[in-house]
Design a protein around this ligand. Structure first.
Ligand SMILES: [Fe+2]
Ligand SMILES: [Fe+2]
Length: 302
């Protein structure tokens, strides 16, 4: 994908920036741009922050972080500083800055570590821990996770589920250490570790609960469905957590998942209903012989 002509990248950018297109198409365009990378892709993604969809904008920030390209720092900084942006978008901008991991970002993350939006404050605290960790660890252990994601924290070296669960649920422990336990439980992938992660939905931090749902989405394991289903069904739950549960159900893509996603396609909260739309599109892909989920490149070139 490295020799894609600029004009093709820009065409994909147009799909992303076209608010008359269905959200699922815009998401596919976004993931294609993320995979392509480079200056033009970053510009196309950055343009889209003027959109009104919180869901789309938070995903733009997430993708910029996963690209780990320093050229995205200015736009991510300005998002974090913009109090008019939804906390979900600002949270994702802070996490993305942590993923890029440049020590120069310490100042801005410290500035917002007590932000009145608790999702933002907690994310900055975790990202600062990550910067410290990056500064003190060798290249090899920083490499991408089993799931090819740049995680907000590295997995803990502990492998004992009971010990990991105790850290996961310890409200006095730092979120960074609790995330480390979470990613280690994810990597274990056993029934016990999945059940321990499911307990994580009882944690007091909404940010933490949304990360549990995100991790279940990465694992794509049917054993997590009961936890995810009850999270999406709980209309008192934070919309950021319900959104992540919906997308995880989309990636697991069983009939039961589809049924629950269809029920929330008209949810009063835009972030939740748009997530269900995108999730149903992801599950269609999971159940089809299509080669790649993000295939806007092929569509544009055809
Ligand atoms: Fe997030
Ligand atoms: Fe998300």
């Amino acid at each position: 994908m490295t020799n894609t002509p600029e004009t093709v990248i820009k065409d994909i950018g147009k799909v992303l920036n076209d608010s008359s297109r269905p959200m699922k198409e815009r998401f596919r365009a976004l993931f294609t741009l993320r995979n392509l990378g480079g200056q033009t892709a970053i510009e196309c993604i950055s343009q889209c922050f003027s959109d009104k969809s919180v869901l789309l904008k938070h995903e733009l920030a997430y993708c910029l972080g996963q690209m780990q390209d320093e050229r995205a720092i200015p736009v991510l900084r300005s998002l974090l500083e913009d109090k008019e942006q939804d906390p979900i978008v600002r949270h994702e901008a802070a996490e993305a800055l942590g993923a890029i991991g440049d020590p120069k970002l310490r100042d801005i993350l410290e500035k917002y570590m007590e932000d009145p939006a608790v999702e933002v404050a907690e994310t900055c605290q975790i990202a600062l821990h990550r910067l410290n960790w990056v500064a003190n660890s060798d290249e090899e252990s920083q490499s991408k996770s089993l799931y090819l994601s740049v995680d907000p924290a590295p997995p803990s070296n502990e492998k004992d589920v009971d010990i990991l669960k105790a850290v996961l649920m310890d409200e006095k422990e730092s979120l960074f250490e609790r995330y480390r336990a979470m990613f280690s439980l994810r990597n274990l992938g056993t029934t016990e570790s999945i059940n321990a992660l499911g307990e994580g939905f009882k944690a007091s931090s909404a940010l933490f609960r949304h990360e549990v749902a995100f991790v279940f989405g990465q694992m794509q394991d049917e054993r997590s469905v009961p936890f995810l289903k009850s999270t999406l069904e709980n209309t008192h739950e934070h919309e950021m957590v319900r959104h992540e549960a919906a997308e995880a159900l989309g990636s697991i893509a069983t009939e039961e998942c589809t049924e629950v996603l269809q029920r929330y396609l008209q949810d009063p909260r835009p972030v939740v209903r748009e997530s269900c739309e995108v999730a149903l599109d992801m599950s269609e892909y999971e159940n089809s012989p299509e080669f790649q989920y993000a295939n806007t490149l092929l569509a544009v070139e055809a």
